[in-house]
Design a protein around this ligand. Structure first.
Ligand code: DOR
Ligand code: ZN
Length: 345
């Protein structure tokens, strides 16, 4: 049995840092494990311009512990009025690594998102021409569509058209949760990839709803049926370069989740690598972990792989029930559970 695993330092290709005090509490958890992270722009107000992204990047850098080489990779929050020139300039200057499409009102802080994908076509044309990666929250928002069907219907209504109309556009289908999404990505060209979160590899929808409502297992897109979880595990551990690590770590205060209208989001950052590795171990796929965590993402984004290494070792660790971040209480993913891997010093 393999008891230690040394891999190139991984990156997190989908992450929410928030801002202010919470951000300062959250950044060290990510910087401990990852060399880079694609930072989501859904702040209030959202990060819609290169100027705002540059300022936000500085705040993140200031929150990074001294001696840690961590690089935040910034994204532009797309709206109905995104200026293609500002986006292209920001990308050319190295401020933006990608742009994020939130369908309006799909999730946390997405009210200023895109109301109609057709309005975004001039922006997508420019992104395709300039090689700027498009990250997509792939869910429709129509009230008459069942929440468990929103990802699959997004593929049929929007994603197929985007990929058809912009055949060279690099698209990351974020935090996929269905076998439909796995199949779509597998069948698309090599310019289409997907990130997968730890929670969607670990739980199905029962974890949210059986034995009482469990708000710390609630995120968007919501976990689906077991068949979908198994398809995600197969994709993540398959060695296919189209699937890579993106935690979607999204901290919310304990009180905001345990509320009569609980927020969507799981704070996966603190034990992210350990959580993913448990899945690869269970699937007998430890040899595929480096590709998923450290190689496929950089290859897709056209960035160099990280040169330094990180070692994980088999050991039982008790994940705390809750974490104190600057006086605020946040429940981490796996809170109160024991997991079987840890990062070696
Ligand atoms: O669960 C989620 N939380 N999904 C998202 O898409 C956004 C995120 C957040 O920002 O809280
Ligand atoms: Zn997210």
């Amino acid at each position: 049995m393999t008891d230690t695993l040394t891999i190139r330092r991984p990156d997190d290709w989908h992450l929410h840092f928030r801002d202010g005090e919470i951000m300062r509490g959250v950044v060290p958890y990510t910087a401990r494990q990852f060399a880079r992270a694609i930072v989501m722009p859904n702040l209030t107000p959202p990060v819609t311009t290169a100027q705002l992204a540059q300022e936000y990047r500085e705040r993140i850098r200031a929150a990074t512990p001294a001696g840690t080489a961590f690089e935040p990779l910034m994204t532009c929050y797309l709206t109905d009025t995104t200026d293609p020139d500002d986006l292209a300039r920001g990308a050319a200057q190295g401020v933006f690594t990608a742009a994020k499409l939130y369908p309006a009102n799909a999730t946390t802080n997405s009210a200023s998102g895109v109301s109609d994908v057709a309005k975004l076509y001039p922006v997508l044309e420019r992104m395709e021409a300039d090689g700027i990666v498009l990250c997509i929250h792939g869910e429709v928002t129509d009230h008459d569509i069942d929440v468990f069907d929103r990802e699959a219907i997004f593929i049929e209504r929007h994603l197929r058209a985007i990929v058809r109309d912009f055949p060279k556009l690099k698209v990351v289908f974020e935090h996929i949760t269905t076998a439909d999404a796995v199949q779509f990505v597998e069948q698309a060209g090599e310019n289409v990839a997907a990130t997968i979160t730890p929670q969607h590899l670990h739980i199905n929808r029962n974890a949210m709803l059986v034995g009482g409502i469990q708000p710390h297992n609630y995120c968007l897109p919501v976990a689906k049926r077991e068949t979908h979880r198994l398809a995600l595990r197969k994709a993540a551990t398959s060695g296919s370069p189209k699937f890579f690590l993106g935690t979607d770590s999204a901290p919310h205060l304990r009180g905001d989740k345990e509320s009569d209208c609980g927020c969507a989001g799981i704070f996966g950052a603190p034990y992210a690598l350990e959580s993913y590795l448990t899945v690869f171990d269970e699937e007998g796929a430890l040899d595929q972990f480096e590709a998923f965590a450290s190689l496929n993402g950089p290859a897709f984004y056209g960035l160099p792989v990280n040169e330094d290494r990180i070692t994980l070792e088999r050991a039982e660790i008790a994940v705390p029930q809750e974490l104190d971040l600057a006086g605020a209480t946040i429940v981490p993913w796996h809170g109160g559970q024991t997991i079987g891997w840890r990062i070696a010093d």
